[in-house]
Design a protein. Structure first.
Length: 73
């Protein structure tokens, strides 16, 4: 429950397509599974971000710093 946790989630939402899908399906479960504790207010605010906008930003990020999907993703 900190600015650092919010920033970690934002980073994952931008650099990890599979995490972004899991997060928007169930923000609390995805965050918990990633080991990032967020308050209800933080989860609510982050889940209101436009998924399409995050995907567009993701496409602008150099592939060398994005997560490569694993076979099980």
């Amino acid at each position: 429950m900190s600015q650092a946790a919010v920033e970690r989630i934002l980073g994952k939402l931008i650099t990890d397509d599979a995490f972004r899908d899991r997060f928007f399906a169930n923000p609390a479960v995805a965050s918990f599974a990633a080991g990032i504790e967020l308050s209800g207010a933080e989860l609510d605010a982050l889940s209101r971000l436009p998924k399409k906008a995050l995907a567009r930003i993701s496409k602008l990020v150099d592939d060398r710093i994005c997560r490569v999907p694993a076979a099980e993703d």
